[in-house]
Design a protein around this ligand. Sequence first.
Ligand code: ADE
Length: 224
Amino acid sequence: MRIDIISVVPELMTSAFSHSILKRAIAAGLAEVNLINLRDYATGKQKQVDDYAFGGGAGMVMMIEPIAACINDLKSKTHYDEVIYMSPDGERLTQKISNQLSMLKNLIILCGHYKGVDERVREHFITREISIGDYVLSGGELAASVLSDSIIRLIPGVLNDETSALSDSFQDNLLAPPVYTRPAEYQGWAVPEILLSGHSKKIEQWRHEQSVLRTKQRRPDLLA
Ligand code: ADE
């Protein structure tokens, strides 16, 4: 899978893709992430990418020309399955959406900044708008990193043990069960006996029960 992320501050995202699981996925060639600086597509001495809003009001708006030039350049070389705009008014990200997107081949993600992008970009270039939650970030970069992370970890081969993505919270509308590691007892706080029993069938059953219990307690909406 290839993800091309367009931004005016791509540096905000370098760390997200330079460590741990995402770094390994990229090194193994399972995912390719290109951070594209929108300013490279701006013309003129100033390399301007934003301008005042027509009709007035505070805040700058990202201009259509550099965005169009960038997306058209990418599209002239690659076929993209979706051109996603990160925005608080998009559809709310869920595990289901990440699952769907993880099966695609090529994605563009456009990060908004300032007051957002000229509406004509959304009308004519964007195929899908995604929000990571009902709060406003300073830009789409952190949201694009969240979205990319949630997608890339689902690509087959990215996690060492493929079942480990399947047992994540939300994969079957259940939250993940509690987990423990050594020591088996800390200041009198003991790990549930069953986990030390070696009975894999019973452990699996216990984990499922705990998942259901936890979901009922914390996120009953998922069971409805
Ligand atoms: N840009 C600003 N806030 C955002 C959010 N909540 N989700 C996605 N993109 C955003």
